[in-house]
Unconditional design. Sequence first.
Length: 284
Amino acid sequence: MAAPCLRLGMKQLFKMPAAMGHQGRAYSTSQTFAEVLRLPKKQLTKLVYPLQELEQHLVPDSMPDLHLRVFDPSLEDISRAESVFASSARNRIEYISSAVRLDHAPDLSRPEVCFIGRSNVGKSSLIKALFSLAPEVEVRVSKKPGHTKKMNFFKVGKYFTVVDMPGYGYRAPEDFVDMVEAYLKERRNLKRTFLLVDSAVGITKTDNIAIEMCEEFALPYVMVLTKIDKSSKGHLLKQVLQIQKFVNTQTQGCFPQLFPVSAVTYSGIHLLKCFIANITGNLN
Ligand code: GDP
């Protein structure tokens, strides 16, 4: 019985253009969004709307609290957001500077978004994936936990600033709390904090400290679930439902919709870019 299905699958694979044949493993950074739009519907949904792809595996109405479409941009919106993240002579995307204290942070008036998460959660990889259309931007990705000990500021054209915060938890810098707390509390142009949680692990005690910090300062924040390519669909679904329940019942400031992403397959990256462009006022 399995053979005809397999043959059909292989046939479809061979019908795809070369770049798309790699879709199951990794998204090529040279692949433009126009090419993404030509993907078969199932693959496109998995790449662009990973939560909706997961939804298809739920028993209908079994989880009415799973927020799938609070932020539900069209493919046209997502395509427009891509240009915000594409580096060009007129839209320079570049590293600006690093700071260990808030008063050393660059004085910028543009809207700002920051990324926080425990060491090794995949923060540098995610930022690198967001900047895949600006390959000249150097975002260090390390195999050793805890290398990001400074706040790193990146300018995205005239649009906004992205801040890579130091990882917390194992081998976090001693002055981490002072640095991060002061930044989160006092940075006036901070529009949104993206709090990264490893989807394979779920919310850890260390993540809870960051969540409590965001809640205490009444910050608007968003939970991004990293490394979704690492888990089976069943495990991922279980984790997503658990984390969604946590967000629904235990948080005030967290955006109700989760953002699952993979820096390896690029699943969810386009949607996240579109969300960032939208909240910084650049999707008009
Ligand atoms: P950071 O310490 O939070 O900046 O984490 P990194 O971005 O340096 O990632 C930590 C480790 O996880 C590295 O070995 C990455 O290659 C790996 N990693 C990061 N993102 C992903 C992902 O989306 N999928 C998989 N499979 N591995 C990832």
